[in-house]
Design a protein around this ligand. Structure first.
Ligand code: 4AD
Ligand code: MG
Length: 427
């Protein structure tokens, strides 16, 4: 008999062959109950003395948590079983008897991070991973449909895109090189042959503050297009994020519910998203009694206050130049830049940073000098403004930030299988 998946077994009548892992094992009188897990889900299997050979019953009674098995049996509707179906075991082969599984009830978050390679087998992480798969694939579909090219920028770089304070330095055969914080500058180079380009790459930030929304390694979705101004840039972003939310809301309803997120919340995410200027944001925050003044960067608390009562993300536009990166286009007021952060609802904070790019080499040099950067490393970037420069814009979306929001996770580390944080890169 050919093996079928657990998902396919639900609702099937008659004999099936299944294989997977025992996430739970419990013996009740003359029946061994096993919760069998595979890549598609879990189902209860009952091995009853007499229904199976004496040998098979003995093997079943010796099963341990996480042992791998193959079996045949008959699927039956059973309201008492989780999911409403049960398999009555007929034959059992044990592929591997697992050693005593270290994860039992009541383990601390730190311990679970130490055994993350095993904790990945929990339902929660599997559900999050399915959501992540779905949203990345929805993004890819969106770009293809709208005729953007997926590209492959480098990870080893010579210059910082987002400032030297959070950059990881590496020894490159005796030279200093850096792990990419953003593919932006490389995508900017790629708009000249292709106009609309995007990429998903790992980005690295040597973040020294411990927060629930910073990883030191994260997956970064970035896009860049020629002839795109900042207003059109925001329209791209709201359309893309809505497509991701719709796909997850529709395709992952079951996973979302298990994670405590109502899929209807995501189905509400549709363009347009509200836009408020940074100037207005400061006034709103002051009226709410918060201690902020023009020129301050917005922290988690302020971002949370700005989305109070909102069901969709909002854009905060035109931040002061001095709190944003050197490459953003200066507005005519000479103080603010043509940029926007997209802020997710419910206090999940910034999920996208984007801007129109400066074409003024002297302005960018002045900004970089003030930051103490080595201008020599940026000569190639300035070349992009010397040979057929055009207005262009782009943005970067933190995949784990969006996963955290969609899945309503307390901490961003649960949005990725092997989180890298200030004091952890094992396992
Ligand atoms: O706002 P950021 O720093 O912008 C850039 O890197 C631009 N160069 C992007 C571009 O225009 N191509 O980062 C973009 C997004 C943030 O909005 C956030 O979602 C995510 O990347 N992000 C992080 N996610 C997890 N951990 C961190 N330490 C992050 N830092 C930024
Ligand atoms: Mg940002």
């Amino acid at each position: 008999m050919d093996f079928i998946s657990v998902k396919e077994a639900f609702g099937r009548a008659g004999e099936v062959a299944l294989r997977g892992w025992c996430s739970r094992v419990r013996t009740q009188k003359n029946i061994v109950f096993v919760v069998l897990r595979d890549g598609s889900g879990s189902i209860q299997v009952a091995f009853k003395e007499g229904d199976v050979s004496a040998d098979a019953f003995k093997r079943a009674s010796e099963l341990t948590v996480e042992s791998s098995i193959t079996l045949t049996g008959a699927v039956r509707k059973d309201d008492r079983a989780p999911g409403g179906y049960e398999v009555q075991g007929r034959t059992l082969d044990v592929v591997h008897v697992a050693e005593r599984f270290p994860i039992v009830k009541d383990k601390s978050p730190e311990f679970l991070l130490d055994v993350r390679h095993l904790w990945l087998r929990s339902e929660q992480i599997a559900n999050v991973t399915v959501v992540k798969d779905t949203l990345m694939s929805a993004a890819r579909d969106w770009f293809r449909k709208n005729e953007w090219f997926e590209t492959t920028p480098p990870i080893i770089t010579a210059s910082a895109a987002e400032g030297g304070s959070t950059i990881f330095e590496i020894d490159y055969f005796g030279d200093k090189a850096y792990l990419s914080q953003s593919a932006q500058m490389y995508l900017e180079a790629l708009i000249f042959p292709l106009e609309r380009v995007w990429a998903i790459t790992p980005s690295f930030r040597a973040e020294t503050s411990r927060t629930t929304r910073h990883l030191t390694e994260y997956w970064h979705l970035e896009a860049e297009a020629a002839w795109l101004d900042q207003e059109a840039n925001m329209r791209v972003q709201e359309s893309l994020v809505s497509a991701m939310a719709q796909a997850v809301g529709k395709q992952c309803a079951e996973q979302l519910r298990a994670l405590g997120r109502d899929p209807a919340d995501l189905l509400k995410i549709k363009p347009p998203f509200k836009r408020i200027t940074y100037d207005d944001a400061i006034e709103i925050l002051k009226k709410k009694g918060m201690d902020v003044k023009w020129g301050d960067d917005l922290r988690t608390e302020e971002e949370r206050a700005l989305v109070e009562g909102e069901e969709k993300p909002i854009f905060v536009t035109n931040y002061p130049a001095h709190i944003k990166a050197f490459y953003m286009k200066l507005n005519p007021d000479g103080k603010t830049v043509a940029c926007a952060d997209m802020i997710a609802p419910e206090g999940f904070g910034e999920i996208i940073g984007g801007s129109q790019r400066s074409e003024d080499i002297e302005y960018m040099k002045k900004r970089l000098k003030a930051e103490g950067a080595n201008l020599k490393n940026y000569e190639w970037y300035f070349d992009l403004r010397r040979f057929g420069s055009v207005p262009h814009s782009g943005f970067g979306l933190g995949i784990e930030r969006v996963v955290r929001w969609f899945c309503k996770l307390e901490h961003i580390r649960d949005a990725t299988p092997f989180p890298r944080t200030l004091n952890r890169f094992y396992p």
